[in-house]
Design a protein around this ligand. Structure first.
Ligand SMILES: C[S@@+](CC[C@H](N)C(=O)[O-])C[C@H]1O[C@@H](n2cnc3c(N)ncnc32)[C@H](O)[C@@H]1O
Length: 364
């Protein structure tokens, strides 16, 4: 997947440049059109559209406010103005209002990313998530990465983060499970389990598998209570670990080492460090599966666009050195760790690829 090169006139190029220059304002105005119920009023109107007065009445907003937002909406194609002066939702507006993926992305960009991204330039220089200071200040904390912060963030921010994370991984889990269970696996380590969703789904899928969930200690608390609630405490156990520690030890000789939407949380060096330690724990029959969203392996430009533009969140809010990787870089990390890819399954769920790996020396 590459981004299509457009042949633009100088005027068109200048207009495109203004769209970028005004992007933060367009974003906030459109989100406000959605969140203050103006899109709902437009959607509920008939094919003739609705007047500003009627929108003001149904939303309880001033004419000034509604008009200001609608004009921005008109400029970016989210709303349309009919010949008789009434307003309608455009096709783009329809997706902004109704498409769950667009809603999840917009909430995530607003609640999690927007304020912190102001300091992206500082983050690029320091390789630290400088935008995280917004949350540190809000919560009177001193977190170094967003992963330490997650369990403690205010509800709206936390919900936006989890909804974003789960929207994508939830879509791929059901497609990955039959691949993992082509053979009996016996035991699995879910590295970066988050709230234990995949571990529980796996226990639902197979009655015999025993699972160890690994994550940061505070994050694991949620996973442990979710597992208990699901009735799987006998088959799913937890092991807290900071995978950035120089010495880490994974449970040895597991059937599967599972890393989903996890390596994107780290820089190249850290990924190799984690994979090397996983390799050290693997037996000759162990498999290691990496499920990631690589922008170059997407079928649609829209998916690649969203993924590439998620990377600055990783820079400024998450860790300062992580990103949505091109698959070539992940493959380099896998090889540097002494692992070999035996299969790549693309197009799982909305946008995932599954890299099936084993110890490199097994190939010879
Ligand atoms: C993006 S979430 C992925 C969750 C899940 N595996 C999925 O498929 O949606 C990344 C997870 O890695 C964990 N994580 C991040 N840094 C970590 C570290 N240094 N040590 C252990 N876990 C970490 C986070 O707490 C989080 O639960």
């Amino acid at each position: 997947m590459t981004f299509e090169k457009k042949n633009l006139s100088a005027y068109e190029a200048m207009y495109e440049a203004q769209k970028i220059a005004y992007a933060p304002i367009i974003f906030q105005a459109v989100r406000t059109l959605r969140d203050l119920g103006i899109f709902t009023a437009l959607q509920n109107s008939g094919p003739e559209g609705i007047s500003i007065e009627a929108i003001c009445e149904s939303t309880n907003l001033s004419r000034y406010g509604v008009e200001t937002l609608l004009e921005t909406g008109l400029s970016c194609g989210a709303v349309e103005l009919t010949e008789n002066g009434s307003w309608k939702l455009s096709k783009v507006g329809y997706f902004l209002q109704n498409d769950p993926m667009t809603r999840v992305n917009m909430d995530y960009n607003h609640y999690v990313c927007y304020q912190g991204l102001y300091d992206l330039d500082k983050s690029i220089r320091s390789a630290k998530p400088e935008g995280l200071k917004v949350f540190n200040k809000l919560c009177d904390a001193d977190w170094e990465t967003i992963y330490q912060a997650l369990p403690y963030l205010p509800e709206q921010i936390k919900t936006a983060w989890y909804d974003f994370d789960h929207y994508y991984s939830d879509s791929a889990y059901p497609a990955a499970l039959p691949i993992l269970f082509r053979n009996e696996i016996g035991t699995m380590v879910d590295i970066g389990t988050n709230i234990g969703k995949f571990a529980i789904l796996t226990a639902d899928y197979n009655d015999d598998v025993k699972i160890t969930m690994i994550d940061l200690p505070d994050q694991l608390e949620n996973a442990i209570s979710n597992v208990a609630r699901a009735g799987y405490s006998d088959r799913i156990t937890a092991l807290s670990m900071d995978l950035l520690d120089p010495e880490i030890e994974f449970p040895p000789a597991q059937g599967i080492y599972w890393l989903s939407q996890f390596l994107s949380c780290f820089g190249h060096k850290e990924i190799v460090h984690i994979l090397k330690h996983a390799k050290a724990a693997m037996s000759t029959t162990s498999k290691l599966y990496i499920m990631e969203t690589c922008w170059d392996r997407q079928q649609h430009e829209a998916a690649a666009y969203s993924l590439v533009n998620t990377s600055p969140y990783f820079t400024c809010m998450a860790s300062g050195n992580s990103k949505m990787y091109h698959s070539d870089e992940l493959l380099e990390c896998i090889s540097e760790a002494g692992l070999e890819v035996v299969n790549i399954h693309d197009n799982l769920g909305i946008c995932h690829s599954l890299f099936e790996c084993q110890s490199a020396q097994l190939q010879s």
